[in-house]
Design a protein around this ligand. Structure first.
Ligand SMILES: *[C@@H]1O[C@H](CO)[C@@H](O)[C@H](O)[C@H]1NC(C)=O
Ligand SMILES: *[C@@H]1O[C@H](CO)[C@@H](O)[C@H](O)[C@H]1NC(C)=O
Ligand SMILES: *[C@@H]1O[C@H](CO)[C@@H](O)[C@H](O)[C@H]1NC(C)=O
Length: 363
């Protein structure tokens, strides 16, 4: 008993500065002590993520109880580790095995990227004229500039590749035209040929944004299912077309930072598939990552904790209930050139806007 209290205090101290989100399901060692207490915790969690535990949900609950218990224990143990700069929590994925999770919620694939121009450093000739040589701020967050849309939810569909790419297009459009629009991931899913709900290629999605253009989400709403393409450029406006696609050189976190600052949010492929990533709650993530499954996200900025780690600010597409209101901060400038979870391996971003027919009258 004394031992678990000490453990509890240690956890309490680590998270003392944490702001508790509405959707958080806090728990202590005591909740994990017995089957009964564990079931009570499970009911509390179920109430938050599935509504009240009705009788028709009971069979479903019972069948997933073992998985939930395992995940709750995993989160609890991980949060007790010394020197953690981040915290895990129970979230909407906490009754799923990693196999179920990766089948349903990931789906980014790195290649092909042939044809993407490599953007090298801020001294490259393509850099915007306003950029100062080598001089990028030590922290930058595009959310503070009103050019990042709300956190979306890919739901039960491995369409992250479309969300990452569309997020980059939304932001460059907002940066260059002053209009922040919710653009259509569904159009990209249905029409780009880049993939389906089992995964796809962000580069193909960006090529589609360059060659055809993307309409608004209101015109072509998200359904989380791949359907026959119904995009009709004569009926669906406004359309945003990007002018080209750049790629950050493999394993170059410094250039990734400069690209984020000079151009805007960058779509990055992550190798995640780890329990730590899935159950991330808050803080600067430096957990382990898998090696096989890829997930596409959007790097919207970077920063540094005073006397602490540097980090990337990363927008995910798993709803605001995941992580820090839908975002994750991931450690930056690590010893592996690929970056945390491979964030600096296949980073792509739009070179600019070719046309944006968004006007107040058009939508
Ligand atoms: C996030 O999840 C909640 C609860 O399931 C849902 O009502 C909401 O629409 C989701 N948010 C987005 C952006 O889809
Ligand atoms: C995008 O859609 C969301 C949810 O429908 C809405 O809350 C938000 O205001 C929209 N953003 C823009 C820029 O239109
Ligand atoms: C998704 O695309 C992959 C690769 O083209 C294909 O093998 C798979 O059968 C597709 N899945 C569905 C559900 O259509």
């Amino acid at each position: 008993m004394r031992k678990s209290l000490v453990g509890l205090l240690a956890v309490a101290m680590v998270v003392v500065a944490a702001v508790q989100a509405d959707d958080d399901v806090p728990f202590t060692d005591e909740d994990l002590e017995s089957e009964e207490s564990m079931w009570k915790l499970y009911e509390r969690w179920y109430g938050v993520y599935h509504g009240s535990s009705s009788s028709d949900g009971l069979a479903d609950m019972v069948s997933r109880f073992e998985v939930f218990k395992e995940n709750a224990r995993y989160v609890n143990e991980a949060n007790k580790k010394k020197g953690m700069t981040y915290k895990l929590g129970l979230n909407k994925f906490s009754d799923m095995t990693m196999e179920e999770f990766t089948a349903k919620y990931t789906g980014g694939r790195p290649g092909p990227v042939a044809g993407a121009k490599t953007w090298t450093t801020c001294t490259a000739s393509e850099r915007p004229a306003a950029a100062n040589d080598w001089c990028v701020p030590s922290s930058w967050d595009w959310r503070e500039h009103g050019v990042v849309t709300h956190v979306k939810d890919q739901r039960n569909c491995g369409s992250c590749w479309a969300f990452g790419a569309v997020g980059a297009v939304e932001s460059i459009n907002a940066i260059r035209t002053g209009k922040l629009l919710n653009l259509s991931e569904q159009q990209v899913l249905d029409c780009s040929g880049g993939g389906n709900c089992s995964g796809g290629y962000p580069y193909t999605a960006l090529q589609y944004a360059r060659d055809t253009g993307i309409t608004t989400d209101a015109n072509y709403p998200y359904t989380a299912r791949k359907q026959p393409c119904t995009f009709d450029p004569r009926k669906m406006r406004p359309i945003v077309k990007i002018s080209g696609i750049y790629r950050v050189p493999y394993g170059d976190e410094e250039t990734l930072k400069q690209a984020v600052y000079f151009y805007g949010p960058v779509a990055g492929a992550l190798i995640e598939a780890s329990k730590d990533f899935v159950h991330y709650r808050e803080g600067v993530f430096r957990g382990s990552c898998g090696t096989s499954i890829n997930h596409e996200v959007l790097v919207v900025g970077y920063g540094k904790i005073p006397h602490g780690p540097r980090y990337w600010i990363v927008k995910n597409s798993w709803n605001t209930t995941w992580g820090e209101k839908g975002y994750i901060r991931m450690v930056r400038d690590i010893d592996f050139e690929e970056g945390i979870c491979g964030i600096a391996t296949y980073a792509l971003f739009p070179a600019g806007i070719f046309t944006s027919t968004a006007t107040a009258a058009a939508y």
